[in-house]
Design a protein around this ligand. Sequence first.
Ligand code: AMP
Length: 280
Amino acid sequence: MDRVLESDSLRASVSKTGSVLVPTMGALHEGHLTLVRLGKSEALRRDCKLVVSIFVNPDQFNDPADLQRYPRPIERDLGLLEAEGVDIAFTPAVEDVYPDDQPDAAPQPAVPEVGRLPGLEDAFRPGHFQGVCRVVSRLFDLCQPVAAVFGEKDWQQTRVVAAMCRQQARMTEILVGPTVREADGLAMSSRNQHLGPEQREHAGALWRSFQEAIKETDRAVAESRMRRVLTDAGFAVEYATIRDAETLMPSKDPTDQPLRMLAAGVVGGVRLLDNAPWRA
Ligand code: AMP
């Protein structure tokens, strides 16, 4: 595996072969590695290189404390990627992705409606999807991947990135890998390590709220059930809702399909989010 730190070297390494890209912020866990494996089989099938980027993008954090305490175990991450048969670990510095160390100076691509209108991550993390669109555009410009892999865990993000690619007429195919969960259903996340033992137990309510909601036949009842499970477990709920799975807008027509349950909230000072299909 090659470790590449500079965008010029990255461009040179993939220009002839083409690439499949898995963008991450590091602190890798089994969820990331599942995406890496999906990327690997795609890269083999398309006979091109598998690039995994590790870049903690300051531009998509709206909370400076969250950015500050974001874990960065780089040597461990590189070992994990090597073991998965990754061709290139791209680990740029901020100034390499954003000249002059200024994300604001880089072009800001238009954020598609699904990243502005639903009132979900867009509302609770202002500026987040601007940052995501900017860094994904930048990474895609650098390595022109034939395909890129994103996690279902961040469902709204997958819809935003796919819509942005359509807007920009990019050839990159957006692939979505499944969410990997702990034994109690909590989606793996690098932020889980900030949970104390008691809070960790309560965090399982996120998955449980979906299991409870799916038992209901009425959508409004299901939503209040989700919210109830979360508040009972001590969550400060930001949203707990069932939406059109593509536009993420509320859908009035009960026959609309597919639909998605989405929830986010804060427990013990840690913000968690998750989603699952509604009556798939
Ligand atoms: P992050 O490093 O948190 O920016 O995540 C990098 C990619 O991994 C994103 O596409 C996430 O959606 C995905 N991801 C994060 N957690 C999980 C998980 N538990 N299962 C599958 N994919 C995940």
